[in-house]
Ligand binder design. Structure first.
Ligand code: COA
Length: 260
């Protein structure tokens, strides 16, 4: 696929999506959000892709936020539409993918950038990364899910403080807070993302997709996560992956999962 604002590569079952507007610190304009949607939609359909890594180009920014120049003159209804469309086409979309998405946060992840990282299934960061939701400093609030996902990840009190102060966490602080899982020097970031992706790929893609859905259900209003877990657990027994996984264990060999 050819895009203007993102790069995609795919190798041995691992796809890497790189947001590529370095002169604007990879800020998310409308076109970039649209391209990301199209890329993730295609990667989810591609059975060969077992894990996706999302990162930013060059070494300064993952994403420095939504593109401020695009919404500075928006009205109330345009603002609401921006958030609703963005959440549906990218942020909720990524969170609900069955293919695991790892955010490799390689620099500033601010505003919509941190919101995008938080919509991924988990995050790792380079030691120069800085993360925050500075929207109130612009007179607006986080609109791509930040007020919901940040407290889920770090707790209500920490989220309140970070959002109200428009502050930034260092990579180590973000790790301590539970926002990122690992911090490594920048040169090792993609290597680590790839090695985690490889561990994921040893397991049943079908079971992973069902686990993502069940974990996400814990955070959805009006959805009984335990009921989703029971349903998905039961469904697993009807898959070839389950027969292969249990069969391989009993035969003392490595399983070969097909995702069926
Ligand atoms: N939207 C649009 N453009 C952005 C942007 C954003 N969120 N973040 C950075 N840019 C652009 C800058 O306008 C600048 O473009 P220019 O060279 O055409 O003027 C370019 O990216 C480089 O940014 P600059 O501010 O010069 O880099 P810096 O090293 O001095 O500062 C930041 C880095 C991240 C601290 C600063 O860019 C910043 O505060 N960005 C906005 C963060 C934010 O509020 N995000 C939430 C948006 S809702």
């Amino acid at each position: 696929m050819n895009f203007e604002n993102i790069l995609t590569t795919s190798e041995n079952g691992i796809a890497t999506v790189t947001i590529n507007r370095p002169t604007k610190l990879n800020a998310l304009n409308k076109a970039t959000i649209q391209e990301l949607h199209m890329a993730f939609e295609a990667l989810e359909k591609d059975e060969k892709v077992r894990a996706i890594i999302l990162t930013g180009s060059e070494n300064k920014a993952f994403v420095a936020g939504a593109d401020i120049s695009e919404f500075a003159d928006f009205s109330v209804s345009e603002g609401a539409e921006l958030a609703a469309k963005g959440q549906a086409s990218l942020f909720d979309f990524v969170e609900n993918l069955k293919t695991p998405v790892i955010a490799a946060v390689n620099g500033f992840a601010l505003g919509g950038g941190l919101e995008l990282a938080m919509a991924c299934h988990f995050r790792i960061a380079s030691d120069n990364a800085k993360m925050g939701l500075p929207e109130v400093s612009l007179g607006v609030i986080p609109g791509y899910g930040g007020t919901q996902r940040l407290p889920q990840l770090v707790g209500k009190g920490k989220a309140m403080e970070l959002i109200m102060t428009a502050g930034m966490l260092s990579a180590e602080e973000a790790k301590t807070a539970g926002l990122v899982n690992h911090v490594v020097p920048q040169a090792e970031l993609l290597e680590l993302a790839n090695s985690i992706a490889q561990k994921i790929m040893r397991n049943s893609p079908l079971a992973i997709g069902k686990a993502i859905e069940a974990i996400n259900a814990n955070f959805k209003d009006g959805v009984d996560g335990y009921a989703i877990e029971i349903k998905n657990f039961g469904e697993s027994f009807g898959t070839e992956d389950f027969k292969e996984g249990t069969g391989a264990f009993l035969e003392k060999r490595k399983p070969v999962f097909t995702g069926k």
